[in-house]
Ligand binder design. Structure first.
Ligand SMILES: NC(=O)c1ccc[n+]([C@@H]2O[C@H](COP(=O)([O-])OP(=O)(O)OC[C@H]3O[C@@H](n4cnc5c(N)ncnc54)[C@H](OP(=O)(O)O)[C@@H]3O)[C@@H](O)[C@H]2O)c1
Length: 391
């Protein structure tokens, strides 16, 4: 089988904004030692928190802001003032919006106190080191938004929070391999800087897999809402048994706030769905979001897919070589710590409705929908070649 060397474009687009490639595991780990309270306990009266979000205006951030404010918490954001939210924009009137730059200007964070800081915008180890050290005496808890990318390469099917991470760049990687590896190394070391400054008891690390839902900047998942809404004969790249993992951004956002309310600490994979799912099950369930007739053609020959430059279609990532375990990551510890999952139908519907709304521009929609390199554009031709091959 050929190498997935053309995945680079995908990684380039998505990696620094998210994860290089996710993975999975199945260790059942008790979170009791790392939690101070029963996390699933219904909390009727939680303390009102003051929360600082480093970032807060792109994808995950606005959902955290909206949920935190709905629960009576006070929110400050810290950004360069460039990115504007495409969801919950109206709520930002109630947010203290601090301006600076993680690269070289943290002045707005000096001599201020918060209960919790959520570090969403950590793109460099140095950034997290600097903010964690600046805030450690004035803020109660540091929440670091990491990624399942820390487990890359995903070589096993037994990946859990206890899995050993690659923390330095291995020797002898090709340029493409370096690109795929460096995001996880950066996230893993950033986690350690947060813990070093705040201590284990005051740090929460959340490692989300692919987050999907309204406000996604990456256009990695939007293929499925658009394609399933049209119906008809749909190409599904995947062997029958290929697993998928993904998580609604809102489930992660809300869980962040509840983890803070519950004063938990520790490291958690932010991975859904709740139970193991194959790509075939995913498309069938997701299709229920639309009232149209669909049939699915499972294109299950990896060599054929590689020849046609189909290496992934999130949530499906071709599960071989370094990506074998990317959708085999344990979520048992996180579920025990209160991670919940909304129905897939709701995720797909809401994402589609956001995509066709005026929250995003026609130009952006066109850029994606008219791009000749997407699976959307290539589907018909690939299906024809597939049928010829199989006839
Ligand atoms: N998307 C996924 O599937 C996925 C999966 C796993 C993990 N993650 C991780 O999840 C996190 C959340 O990302 P998000 O974009 O959704 O978060 P977000 O908090 O909604 O937005 C990112 C924020 O970073 C700010 N920012 C960027 N550069 C900055 C700088 N130099 N100084 C100060 N602020 C800066 C941006 O505002 P300005 O541009 O105005 O500065 C923006 O508000 C990231 O750490 C990502 O790696 C994502």
């Amino acid at each position: 089988m050929k190498k997935l060397n053309s995945r680079r474009t995908f990684i380039k687009k998505g990696a620094l904004a998210s994860i290089a490639i996710p993975l999975l595991g199945s260790n059942l780990i008790s979170c009791k030692s790392e939690t101070q309270k029963e996390p699933n306990e219904a909390k009727t009266e939680s303390k009102k928190l003051s929360i600082l979000i480093l970032g807060g205006t792109s994808f995950l951030g606005p959902h955290q802001v909206a949920y935190a404010i709905s629960r009576g918490h006070k929110v400050s954001t810290f950004t360069r003032g460039k990115t504007k939210p495409t969801v919950h924009a109206e709520i930002f009137d109630q947010v203290e919006q601090l301006i600076g730059d993680r690269e070289n200007n943290l002045k707005a964070l000096e001599n201020r106190k918060w209960d919790v800081v959520i570090d969403n915008s950590g793109r460099k180890v140095e950034w997290t080191k600097a903010t964690a050290n600046l805030l450690k005496d004035n803020v109660g808890m540091y929440m670091y938004t990491s990624s399942t990318g820390v487990y890359y390469p995903y070589l096993t099917d037994n990946i859990s929070e206890e899995t050993k991470l690659v923390l330095s760049m291995p020797e002898g990687l090709t340029e493409d391999e370096q690109y795929e590896q460096e995001y996880g190394v950066m996230k893993g070391n950033s986690e350690l800087e947060a813990i070093k400054a705040f201590g284990k008891e005051r740090t929460i690390v959340v490692r989300p897999t692919y987050m999907i839902g309204p406000a996604d900047k990456t256009d990695r998942f939007i293929h499925w809402p658009i394609r399933l809404a049209k119906g008809g004969e749909i190409l599904v790249p995947s062997k029958k048994e290929d697993p998928v993992q993904y998580v609604d951004v809102r489930d992660i956002a809300e869980w962040f706030i509840r983890l803070a309310e519950n004063q938990q600490h520790g490291t958690y994979n932010g991975v859904g769905p709740k139970d193991a799912q194959t790509m075939q099950e995913f498309v069938k369930q997701a299709a229920q979001s639309f009232d149209v007739k669909s049939s699915f053609v499972m294109v299950d020959d990896y060599d054929f897919l590689i020849k046609n430059k189909v290496y992934y279609s999130v949530p499906w990532i071709m599960p071989h070589e370094k990506n074998y375990g990317s959708a085999r990551i344990s979520n048992s510890k996180s579920i025990a710590a209160g991670l919940t999952f909304r129905p897939l139908k709701e995720t797909v519907n809401d994402t589609y409705n956001w995509w066709i709304s005026d929250a995003i521009t026609e130009e952006r929609r066109q850029k994606f929908e008219a791009n000749p390199n997407t699976l959307l554009a290539k589907e018909k031709d690939i299906l024809e070649s597939w049928k010829t091959l199989k006839s």
